[in-house]
Design a binder for this molecule. Structure first.
Ligand SMILES: *[C@@H]1O[C@H](CO)[C@@H](O)[C@H](O)[C@H]1NC(C)=O
Ligand SMILES: CC(=O)N[C@H]1CO[C@H](CO)[C@@H](O)[C@@H]1O
Length: 358
């Protein structure tokens, strides 16, 4: 009796152990099948397939021959959503073809001649204002997307203020050695818009202006740019021509440097689309240059009033734009890459100039 009982207990225990072992083995197999590919991805291979899965953006011309490393899109802007290339042999596979307006020949002979694939979109790439944009007959109905400083472009390129993450950080005013500064390219003096030079000539009758000559010395090149601009209390952010939304790095520079921009460009309310109204001084806020000069001289003596121009920094930050020559168009090109990577909707721009000259 006793031995039979022991035997049946042993048998039951044996079966239990077998079942448990079976479950354990099954579980281990299942677990391995789950985890092993995740733990050991074949690195080179998977990266390659990723690369080829990304939409291709073909840069048809290097703008003004300013070449940079396409990897910079990732390092500078965290943009990695397309495969950027300047290899024209990839044309037929390209989802986007980025065409720099200035480089297009009048007879269009340097544009792609092969037919466009159904999925391919041509992007009109122009960062100039209408004043400095050459009209080329025949490109009116050629493009699918626009890239410009214009707010209503498909790809709107601009150095925007960002909401501040850490609002406790206090702003420290950079050391000021100059009252009012300007930078001017000596070649620019001959461009069509003379208004800003007239205004400047009137202004210097009433206030001292330190001028950086951007084409002849290194004061505003690379690293020096923010260093030198931050040493000025005010900076003349005069645009080379006056057009809606045409508010360029000449405005972003002082904001990022900790200097108050004195702007000459589109009306104040257009600036306020992009920055708080208390972050800058508009020349149109004053009846004439003499009154503006008077006001700047007054602010030079009233530190409390001057510091109010930096109150916006409690809520926003301005990002330093890229000042290296080769990077002049990097932001625009990287943003085009971002757009092509995430946006696939059909579009055509039938009346390019009608829109742009609006
Ligand atoms: C791009 O624009 C051209 C010309 O307007 C048009 O024929 C083509 O269908 C458009 N393609 C896409 C993908 O939007
Ligand atoms: C005009 C001017 O002050 N330029 C200065 C800009 O910054 C560099 C670097 O500090 C100086 O060497 C320049 O003299």
């Amino acid at each position: 009796m006793a031995s039979a009982h022991i035997l049946s207990v042993l048998r039951a225990t044996g079966i239990m152990i077998l079942i448990l072992a079976g479950i354990t083995v099954l579980f281990l197999m299942y677990y391995q099948s789950l985890s092993s590919p995740k733990c050991h991805p074949p690195p080179a291979h998977s990266q390659q397939t990723q690369q080829t899965n990304k939409p291709v953006l073909l840069l048809w011309f290097w703008p003004k021959n300013k070449r940079f490393d396409f990897q910079d899109c990732k390092t500078l802007f965290k943009i990695d959503s397309c495969h950027l290339t300047d290899d024209r042999s990839l044309y037929s596979r390209a989802h986007g073809v980025l065409v720099f307006h200035r480089a297009i020949k009048d007879d269009l002979s340097n544009l792609p001649t092969l037919p466009r694939a159904r999925f391919q979109r041509w992007i009109w790439f122009n960062m100039d204002s209408p004043t400095n944009t050459r009209m080329i007959a025949g490109i009116q109905g050629l493009f699918n997307l626009t890239l410009s400083y214009r707010k209503d472009a498909d790809i709107h390129v601009r150095w925007k203020l960002a909401l501040k993450k850490n609002t406790d950080e206090d702003f420290v005013l950079p050391k000021k050695e100059r009252l009012l500064c300007w930078s001017v390219d000596s070649n620019d003096v001959h461009t069509k818009s003379k208004e800003r030079y007239n205004y400047y000539r009137e202004l210097v009758k009433h206030i001292k202006v330190d001028v950086f000559y951007s084409s002849s010395d290194d004061s505003l090149k690379g690293e020096n740019y923010f260093l030198n601009i931050s040493s000025c209390k005010f900076y003349l952010s005069f645009e080379n021509s006056i057009h809606r939304d045409y508010i360029t790095e000449t405005f972003n520079g002082p904001l990022a440097a900790g200097t108050v921009p004195v702007v000459f460009g589109p009306p104040r309310r257009n600036y306020e689309d992009f920055a708080p109204g208390t972050s800058f001084i508009h020349v149109n806020d004053f009846p004439d240059a003499a009154t503006l000069a008077e006001s700047l001289l007054r602010l030079d003596k009233d530190n409390e009033a001057y510091m109010r121009y930096f109150n916006w920094r409690k809520f926003y930050t301005a990002r330093r734009h890229l000042t290296e020559e080769k990077h002049e168009f990097a932001q625009a090109i990287c943003q085009a890459c971002h757009h092509v990577g995430i946006n696939k909707v059909y579009r055509a721009v039938p009346h390019l100039y009608k829109w742009f000259l609006l």
